[in-house]
Ligand binder design. Sequence first.
Ligand code: AMP
Length: 239
Amino acid sequence: MRTLNIILLGAPGVGKGTYTEILSKKYKIPHISSGDLLREAIEKRTKIGKKAKKYVNEGELAPDEIVTQLIKERLEKEDCKRGFLLDGFPRTVVQAKTIEKLKKIDKVLNFVASEEVIMDRLSGRRICKECGAIFHVRNVPPKVEGICDKCGGELYQREDETPEVIRIRMQEYEKKTKPLVDYYRKKGLLANIDANPPIEEVEKVISQCNREISKIRKSEGKSFFTESCFKAWHPFSSE
Ligand code: AMP
């Protein structure tokens, strides 16, 4: 069975979650966010959640074994058989080596934006407690302040989105995750995506992703392959 196994890289706040949601609907493969899995484990007070809480709240990376266990369990689920969009994992070279043993990775999309854009997106982000929809106080405000447009749930700001914790998350990214950009470039899997366009121009970002995803089949030697072929080929494509 053909699969579409994609990793999304990029600094915290670059917009990976928003873009991945759109790609997940288009290609009908699950959006798997290690941060969401950890927050859920923390909320449910599972063994992993208890171990991870301190790291997540303080903006440091959780230990590799904890996150890897969560991701392994998630990837074993039925909905991942035909592919997945992995957002926030791997974040270290150790994690990258683990995932390689589990799955063949088809492409790594590396979202890049200026520091100014990233800081603005992070500090204004609000998330729905019920459905996880993402808003922004200025760029994507809800119709009613503090309330989700989609489900009426309450919006909240993540605990790790205070200026101090954001600073630590950025340092962790620079030190531990950025080396993955080179790691995947050397493997020929990396595609840089310009994530600077504002949310109203989200299509500009998504079309770059679509172009890169369509190249996967070309690199498999199917030179006849086009975007429309891809849609026909990929049994989960919505269009
Ligand atoms: P995110 O929602 O991706 O920004 O992740 C929120 C927090 O969860 C991070 O700041 C880390 O503390 C933790 N986390 C998420 N993914 C990983 C990972 N792959 N490895 C280690 N820690 C992670």
